[in-house]
Design a binder for this molecule. Structure first.
Ligand code: PAF
Length: 281
């Protein structure tokens, strides 16, 4: 595994790989790696001959400075974790390497970015699109791997790739969960003991709500999920939306679409957790 910090070093390695007709698989991350990330890396290694992982806490996607400050950073622990899977290149640049000048690009993802995360974290997806498009330019991967836990992010990255006509295949990967069902997230390590104990209620409530499709309306399902989670000590729902899985627009009825997903954001004290469940596909 080679660790590089500059675009020059990265491109020297990848140019050589491309000359050898290697297929490049890319997993962008912000570090604080867990099994969820490692499963993306494993997917990448099944589908490509050279696997590149970037570790970069992207300042432009944080709309809350405290969240950026508190974001866990520990490069050596991340490298140790990556050494347990097949990872060929780690790209861990400094902020100036990725943004030698302020990125002033404004993306327009229309209705995809005005709901859910886009509504509650203004500017977040513009920052994600800025960094992912830059990383794609630097790595020029054949395939890039993203977790379905960040359901809306995946839709935005697909839209960005299409808008910029980037020749990269976006590969969605299943959410990896802890034994007690909590979706893996770098933020889980920030939870207090009490919040960590109660956080699995989020996933379990979502899973249970799949049974409601047969006998509750969309509105009743939303109410029931929100009430159950808010009734749990330390948890407070920021939003729960039941949406069309392609357009991300809220649906009123279960037969409004053939792909329906419930997406949630919950505060566990100051730690913001997201998750989702597929009702229909
Ligand atoms: O999902 C993440 O960790 C980040 O949003 C990403 C895609 C690495 C961009 O910074």
């Amino acid at each position: 595994m080679q660790v590089v910090n500059t675009i020059m070093e990265l491109q020297a390695l990848l140019d050589e790989a491309r000359l050898n007709k290697e297929k490049i698989g890319f997993v962008p991350t912000m570090g604080a790696l867990h099994q969820g990330h490692l499963s993306l890396v494993s997917e990448a290694s099944k589908n490509s001959s050279v696997v590149v992982v970037s570790i970069f806490v992207n300042p432009t996607q944080f709309n809350n400075t405290n969240d950026l400050k508190r974001y866990p950073r520990d490069l050596q622990t991340d490298l140790d974790a990556l050494s347990t899977v097949k990872c060929d290149v780690v790209f861990a640049p400094e902020v100036d390497e990725v943004y030698p000048e302020t990125d002033t690009r404004e993306f327009n993802f229309g209705a995809l970015e005005t709901v859910m995360e886009g509504k509650y974290r203004p500017g977040h997806f513009n920052g994600v699109a800025q960094v992912v498009s830059r990383l794609f330019d630097m790595v020029r991967p054949d395939k890039a791997f993203f977790g379905l836990k960040d359901f809306q992010q995946l839709a935005i990255i697909r839209a960005m790739t299409k808008q910029l006509q980037l020749p990269v295949e976006i590969v969605p990967c299943d959410t990896v969960r802890e034994k007690d069902d909590l979706a893996m997230s770098s933020r889980n390590m920030l939870l207090s003991t009490m919040h960590r104990k109660n956080a699995p209620v989020i996933a379990r409530t979502l899973f249970e709500s799949c049974n409601f499709v047969a006998n509750k309306s969309v509105e009743e399902t939303k109410e029931s999920v929100i009430n159950a989670i808010n009734a749990t000590q330390g948890l407070e729902v920021e939003y729960f939306e039941i949406v069309d899985g392609y357009t991300l627009q809220p649906v009123d009825n279960w037969n409004d679409s053939d792909y329906i997903v419930g997406c949630i954001a919950v505060f566990a004290d100051e730690v913001r957790l997201i998750d989702n469940v597929t009702y229909k596909k």
